[in-house]
Ligand binder design. Structure first.
Ligand code: FMN
Length: 213
């Protein structure tokens, strides 16, 4: 049994990566974590080149992920909240699962999934997007977890004066950026605990699968 964890955030080692890893940490079977950061993965171009053999013909970094997706028994998929939907890199990655759907392709159908969402406000919209993706691909959603990450406005250098960013949106005028007001998953123990419990739940389900086969 193997669980593949994917973080679709373009920012490496930030909150989406962390929350996906937190789920993986308690699964209790073999896991692999992959960050999509820096990877070139374009959208599905609807060329239907995958119809006959369920193999996408677009040449980019998705090709090297294909066998890992095939080999995994479950997926922990995390994405960042961009404009109240999942970020573009994650969207492209998930669109490319179209290659597994044709002619009763069973590569991902029947497998298990966990949805992880992170946003500067919250990741709720994102887990909704990933859940919908799971449904379309007949992946059973074992659970979801969403947390608050750090909006770039905390570090861009203009956050305290910018009139459109997160500091302006979330705090009173004149608020100074400090560690106290900066979101951090370590300040969200309930979310971390929920992620670990979800990992345990996924592990138990997988062990049940293994015992039944
Ligand atoms: C282009 C862009 C749009 C964003 N839009 C939203 C948003 O609509 N709602 C929200 O809660 N956070 C939004 N954010 C903040 C990110 O969700 C936040 O920084 C999150 O921590 C990103 O995940 P990461 O830390 O794993 O990179 C946005 C960030 C970017 C770069």
């Amino acid at each position: 049994m193997k669980v593949l964890g994917i973080s679709g955030s373009p920012r490496k080692d930030q909150s989406t990566d962390r929350l996906v890893k937190e789920v993986l940490s308690s699964v209790g079977v073999e896991t692999e974590f992959i960050s999509l950061s820096g990877k070139k993965i374009g959208p599905c171009i609807a060329c239907l080149g995958c119809v006959e053999d369920n193999i996408c013909k677009v040449k980019d970094d998705m090709q090297s992920l294909r066998s890992k997706i095939e080999d995994a028994d479950a997926y922990v998929i995390g994405a960042a909240n961009y404009y109240s939907m999942l970020n573009g890199l994650s969207h492209c990655f998930l669109e490319r699962f179209y290659q597994f759907r044709h002619r009763e392709g069973k590569t991902v159908a029947g497998k298990l999934g966990v949805a992880v969402g992170v946003g500067g406000g919250d990741g709720d919209a994102v887990v909704g997007n990933i859940k919908t993706f799971f449904e379309y691909n007949q992946i059973e959603c074992v659970g979801t977890v969403a947390g608050q990450g750090v909006a770039s406005c905390f570090t861009c250098g203009y956050g305290e004066t910018c009139k459109v960013g997160a500091i302006h949106m979330f705090f009173d005028p004149g608020t100074k950026i400090s560690p106290e007001i900066t979101p951090d998953l370590d300040k969200q123990p309930d979310i971390l605990k929920a992620a670990q419990e979800l990992g345990r739940k996924l592990g138990e389900r997988l062990k049940g699968f293994a015992a039944a086969t």
